[in-house]
Every structure is written in C-alpha cells, then in structure tokens.
Ligand binder design. Sequence first.
Ligand code: ZN
Length: 256
Amino acid sequence: MSISEILLALSLLGMIYLYARKNRKVSSEKPAKTDLSAQTLRISPEKIIAAKLLTAEQQAALKPQEVLAILKKGNEDFVNGDLTVRKNAERVLQASSGQFPLAVVLSCLDSRVPVEDVFQRGVGDIFVVRVAGNIVNEDILGSLEYACKVSGSKVIVVLGHENCGAIFSTVAKVTLGNITPLLAKIQPAVEASASFPGIQNVTNPAYLHHVCAENVKNSVQNIRSKSQILNDMEAAEEIIIVSGIYDMETGKVNFM
Ligand SMILES: [Zn+2]
C-alpha cells in the first residue's frame, strides 16, 4: 500500500467515524458530581487522591478481585466526570523510595486513552505498558513479569480501544517501515475474524470492533501461553488476567 493509499484510507476512517458519531443514540448525560459552576469550588475530601502511596504490606494484603474492583470504580468516577485532585508533589517524593503498584495495564499507545486517568489513579499506583495495538512480545512479557512477580501487582489488564489505528491499518494491509512487522502481530486477530458475518473491511465499524476484541483476546492468550511465570501466578490465584475495550465516546472500559 502506498503513502497516498494510506492517507486515503485514513480519511475514509475519519468519514466513517463522523458518520457513526452523527448517527449514534444520544445517551442521557449524568451530571458531574463536582459543581463546576460554583464560584468557590468545593471538593469532598474523599475525592482527593491521598498523599500516601500503597505500602508493600497494603499491596500484599489486597486480593486480585479487590484490585479489579478499585480499577472499575476508578473508571466509573472517570466516566462520571468526578474531579480528581492529586497531591502530586508529595506523591512524587514518596514514590522516590519505592513502588508497590496495584496493577499493570497493557494498552495501545493512542493519545486518547490516558491510562492513569481512565482508572483515576496517580503517581505510583499502576504500571502501564504501551505499544501500538496492545500486542505481546518477549520484552512486553518481561515487563509484565516484572510488574507482577518482582513488584507484586495483582491484576493484568489488556486494554484495547475503539477506533484503533493499528487495527485499522492491519485490516487495510498497510506496509510501512517497522510498522509492517508490528501489524503482523495483530494479523492473527484478522484471521480469527474470518467467520465474521458481514462486510470484512475498514468500511465496517462492527468488523473493526470484532477484530479489536479478537486482538485483545489473543494478547491475553499469548500472555498465558508464553509466560510460565504469569501462567503459574494466575493458577495460584496470585494474579488475575483480564481484558477490556475502551469506548472512545464515553471513556468507559467495557471489561470482557
Ligand atoms: Zn490503538
């Protein structure tokens, strides 16, 4: 595929996105819990991310399902527009002596998915591994193993997202520099979507969503099959490996 074909394909995606946006159902908007119209902004104390970071003991005491509940609640607050105040200077100083993060998130690099914000977490709270298409390779497996086996994280979240350029480019068979071998790692998701009922190309948002979901599933499967350490930890219920897809229009993570 040539550069001009890529540009054409990208502009086509833009048109599809705008069309889908124009035709989507307008959901009833929930009011933000923080009153931004008041002259003096009032923020309830529990909405301030505490100055203290998790200790090794607190991290060790948490069960994987409890950590997942914390992440889900954080995403709920993010979606609801709850204002979060972070005492960053204090947290940075505290984090300088060590880290005991709750979880590790494997995400695409897309700028519209700010992972810490998406889960309402701050400095020292979560590890984030980012690579286009949230794929898995040896270095990423090593990073996930470090997060869980060495640093005690309890949950691995593989986080895909709607309108992913990496998924689009794989379906569009883009070839360009080092992007080509990267997209090859997403290609199994296209092959796993062979039985998708309907149009199988970039003009069909439902098909792109399907490939995205298959890609997330493949990453979870690759983590389990290619990391003995993480597989053993999951079997021993020391960690859980979960997946989700970030909705670009609402900010909600739909866990699978
Ligand atoms: Zn992406």
